[in-house]
Design a protein around this ligand. Structure first.
Ligand code: ARG
Length: 577
């Protein structure tokens, strides 16, 4: 559509020139003014002529009327003047001769751009806290993060994905203690992360107690845990070995989830890696006079910026979450030379990022404005009970497993089965969750309703994956498409192609706003247009060979665009279902 807009804009400029060449408007400015009419029956693009009133010294209504005669290009199929607007329809000839061949020729690059060429982006996402449960709350950072990464890659950026594991902190003291008291190597090896989470939950519960019900809190356990963490920090070999092993066990589990999602990272350097990189930054803060002592703790005062102080060191001298983030950012700038560093976390961390970004600025690092925080709303589970051993958190893995089970059941009920049943159920089950999640604007709080996500007839992952599979099966039944014959003969075909050609714009919007829901919504539009085409325009039994060949090419173009869009949002391309 960008090309179409550009051509229409150039034609408008030429038309306006004929009336008064001193208007000073560029084609790019005109293109930016082009709108999509609210009702497609009015046209595919509309130009509001009031912008020209001043230079042409006429009313928008008159201008629109005059321009209908003067604006000409092959892309324009029809042009009408309505209430000061020029409404355009795109010509079917152009859709056939240019748009569809362009999609088929560009293939998996269709919709991409080069705007990020030569620029490096590091993206920090997923980043679970080791040995704490990888739960439904991490779905956001994981899939939004991955999708934002894919969008950047698709637009030419050189991307580096970092899983900044929460692999350091007092929780390890608790875990080491709990492990020694209540578990064994064999047990943890056998039960993996579940055991770690169970131990972690148990020790927290014991520390808290339940005073209302007569179970006292156990402060001594908290102290002992702190002592274990201190030993770990000061290099105690046995604790270090245990810590490494806990991280390993946890990673093994995360990998399974990442594999189901098709996600990989370029680095797993977690918080622990930055332990020895913090002192230099703390020293710099001190030298610059930015550190203040407040009740024994070291802080950076941010009252001038209407923010609470950023905590750098606790009273006991231990470092904090912001301290590590600052050191990590400096390290990443020096080692990865980013042009932009993106952090994807829940909106609960907005203040944290605003604070330490400000500290980086105050420290004089010129790249402070290359740091971007991308927040998202909360996720909860509505209408579904998931049995967990871990209190009231819902593990991502259990959520996926439940979705996969349900997909299997639905498929059995529908009488669908194939030799790769498990693979399909996984792709569709996990895809349903991802799609449901990414269908909403990222800042929206989401209550997850599994049955809605899995509704095969709704605007869901299964629905779009089945649409993709339908396109694939049409093509394989026909033995492929010729890649060249295209003729647009009806409204369904034209609408389908016009929908497809908006892909690039939607990608650009998704990238600019860090908003993958632009892509999910686009996918739904394509699926709707394709299904209308499929139901109303016979393909295999088309009236003649040219029409049949053309419809196969439209199907192939749909497959290409849907496939490219799926790639951007962690949705598996289901060739067969
Ligand atoms: N581990 C953190 C958590 O689960 C998220 C880390 C986000 N990244 C960062 N650089 N702070 O809350």
């Amino acid at each position: 559509m960008q090309t179409i807009k550009k051509r229409v804009a150039e034609a408008i400029v030429a038309g306006v020139n004929a009336l008064n060449s001193e208007h000073g408007l560029t084609a790019a400015e005109i293109a930016a003014l082009l709108e999509y009419p609210p009702d497609p029956a009015m046209g595919d693009l509309a130009f509001p002529c009031f912008r020209l009133s001043k230079v042409l010294r006429r009313s928008p209504v008159q201008i629109a009327q005059m321009l209908t005669e003067l604006v000409k290009d092959d892309v324009i199929g029809g042009i009408t003047a309505v209430n000061g607007y020029l409404n355009f329809t795109v010509s079917n000839g152009y859709l056939a001769s240019d748009v569809v061949p362009d999609i088929l020729a560009k293939g998996d690059r269709y919709g991409s751009s080069e705007i990020g060429k030569g620029k490096k982006v590091v993206l920090d996402y997923s980043s679970p806290n080791v040995a704490k449960p990888f739960h439904i709350g991490h779905l956001g950072t994981t899939v939004i993060g991955h999708s934002i990464r894919k969008l950047h890659e698709f637009c030419g950026y050189d991307c580096f994905g970092i899983n900044y594991l929460g692999d350091w902190g007092t929780q390890f003291g608790k875990l080491i203690l709990a492990y020694r008291m209540w578990s064994s190597r064999a047990e943890v090896e056998a039960e993996g992360i579940d055991k770690l989470v169970e131990l972690y939950v148990r020790i927290n519960n014991e520390i808290k107690g339940d005073p209302e019900n007569g179970i006292p809190e156990k402060k001594e356990l908290a102290d002992a845990a702190r002592a274990e963490f201190h030993k770990l920090e000061t290099g105690d070999a046995e604790n270090l070995e245990l810590w490494k092993w806990f991280v390993e066990i946890s990673l093994r589990e995360y990998e399974k989830t990442y594999k189901q999602l098709g996600i990989t990272f370029d680095s797993y350097l977690g918080e622990s890696f930055y332990t020895d990189k913090m002192p230099v930054q703390i020293e710099k803060l001190r030298e610059m006079g930015l550190l203040k002592i407040d009740d024994g703790a070291s802080i950076v005062d941010l009252s001038d910026y209407n923010m609470p102080p950023c905590l750098i060191l606790k009273r006991d001298g231990s470092t904090l979450y912001p301290t590590r983030d600052i050191a990590a950012a400096v390290y990443r700038k020096e080692n990865y030379h980013f042009d932009k560093a993106v952090y994807v976390t829940s909106a609960q961390q907005c203040l944290h990022f605003a604070q330490w970004f400000k500290v980086v600025e105050l420290m004089g690092y010129p790249w402070y404005n290359e740091l971007v925080h991308v927040p998202y709303g909360t996720v909860s589970l509505g209408g579904e009970k998931l049995a967990t051993r871990t209190g009231n958190v819902v593990l991502l893995r259990d959520l996926f497993a439940l979705a996969i089970e349900k997909v299997k059941k639905i498929r059995r009920e529908k009488g669908q089965n194939s030799e790769n049943d498990d693979e399909i159920a996984e792709a569709v089950g996990v895809g349903a969750i991802v799609f449901y999640y990414l269908s909403n604007n990222r800042m929206k709080d989401i209550s997850f309703v599994m049955d809605d996500a899995l509704n095969f007839d709704g605007n869901t992952g299964p629905y779009v994956q089945y649409t993709y599979a339908r396109a694939c099966s049409v093509l394989s039944k026909a033995g492929g498409n010729d890649g060249k014959t295209v003729r647009i003969t009806c409204e369904e075909e034209a609408t389908l192609v016009k929908t497809l050609c908006r892909f690039g714009e939607r990608v650009a919007a998704a990238l600019q706003d860090y908003e993958p829901s632009n892509v999910t919504r686009f996918i739904l539009e394509v699926a709707a247009a394709f299904n209308r085409f499929y139901h109303n325009c016979p393909i295999h039994t088309a009236e003649d060979d040219v029409t049949r060949a053309s419809r196969l090419n439209l199907t192939a173009a749909t497959k290409t665009v849907l496939g490219n869009a799926f790639e951007l949002i962690c949705l598996k391309k289901t060739e067969r279902v």
